[in-house]
Design a protein around this ligand. Structure first.
Ligand SMILES: Cc1cc2nc3c(=O)[nH]c(=O)nc-3n(C[C@H](O)[C@H](O)[C@H](O)COP(=O)(O)OP(=O)(O)OC[C@H]3O[C@@H](n4cnc5c(N)ncnc54)[C@H](O)[C@@H]3O)c2cc1C
Length: 282
């Protein structure tokens, strides 16, 4: 089936039936393989962290394929009505935070795909700068969590008449300066994304800026949690306050893929920039 017809098929499901898609790439040791079987492909293996499973109608999953000219990390769409409840391991989700959500492990073994369910060529999932650039979106969610912590911290101190204390004020100013720095990073990252995402000459700049944004926001969130923790103490970390939940949720959601490698890639960018004399305004 030509690519434009495939797109139409998936778009139509969204438009006409309100289909919800999930993007499930993360896996453990028993990850996904696509094996040819007659004129179809059989899936073997599982995905972990399948956010929204249960309400997701169509899952975009990735896995290894090695068949004629298709070799590498392939995307495919799975109709979730073809996956039995027994293949969804709800016991796999016992997180520190985000307990109200469900990102379970799903075993796709035995599911048969038509060739038209394979999306694009192998390797396209990791296409840059879109792959690394996408991290700006979760960084924005992270900073939203830190913003909730900042607001709750001020609210808490106000409710106890503790905002006149100079040490508390000092911590609040640290929290707010961190938060505003995070907003500036995100605004600039958004501008760069809009200007550079489709401009090949700025591909490396955008990847480096997105990488820096992502890990800087992580550091900012950790610092805000640390300062807030000291502001509110144990009493503030208990019901009826929301802080214990927000702390757990943000602590957990901050753990995103390859944080160390991301920092090393930032160093690589600046070393190469200097070596090659690459013109860049970052
Ligand atoms: C709430 C939530 C929802 C999610 N939803 C989805 C989803 O819908 N779809 C999806 O695809 N994914 C999803 N994920 C997974 C997410 O994208 C990350 O893959 C995952 O959070 C990273 O897990 P980890 O911290 O255990 O990673 P790890 O890779 O285990 O990293 C932990 C630490 O080990 C280091 N490390 C990594 N590899 C090595 C190595 N080889 N040697 C030594 N050190 C190493 C890392 O730098 C890091 O410091 C979700 C995650 C969360 C928290």
């Amino acid at each position: 089936m030509p690519m434009h017809n495939r797109k139409k098929k998936w778009y139509q499901g969204v438009q006409d039936q309100g289909h919800l898609f999930g993007v499930w790439n993360t896996q453990a040791q028993n990850g996904i393989q696509f094996y040819p079987e007659a004129d179809q492909f059989k899936i073997s293996g599982s995905k972990t962290f399948c956010s929204g499973v249960g309400i997701v109608d169509r899952a975009l999953i990735t896995g290894n394929i090695d068949y004629t000219d298709r070799k590498g990390w392939q995307m495919a769409i799975v109709d979730m009505s073809g996956i039995s409840e027994q293949n969804i391991d709800k016991n796999s989700w016992k997180p520190l935070g985000m307990q109200a959500s469900g990102s379970y492990t799903v075993d796709f073994s035995g599911y048969l795909l038509d060739e038209s369910d394979l999306i694009s060529r192998p390797g396209i999932y990791l296409n840059q700068p879109y792959f690394s650039g996408g991290a700006i979106r979760f960084a924005a969610v992270h900073l939203g969590g830190a913003e909730a912590i900042a607001e709750n911290t001020i609210e808490y101190l106000l409710s106890l008449n503790r905002t006149e204390d100079p040490i508390q004020r000092l911590r609040l100013s640290n929290i707010m300066m961190q938060l505003v720095s995070g907003r500036l990073w995100l605004e600039k990252a958004g501008q760069h994304y809009d200007e550079w995402a489709d401009d090949k000459t700025h591909e490396q700049d955008l990847i480096a800026f997105a990488n820096m944004t992502r890990v800087t926001i992580e550091d900012i969130c950790l610092r805000i949690m640390d300062e807030s923790n000291k502001c509110i103490g144990a009493r503030g970390l208990m019901a009826p306050y929301d802080m214990e939940r927000i702390f757990r949720d943000l602590t957990f959601y901050l753990r995103q893929p390859a944080p160390d490698a991301t920092r090393l890639n930032v160093a690589d960018f600046f070393i190469k920039k200097q070596q090659t004399g690459h013109e860049s305004n970052i």
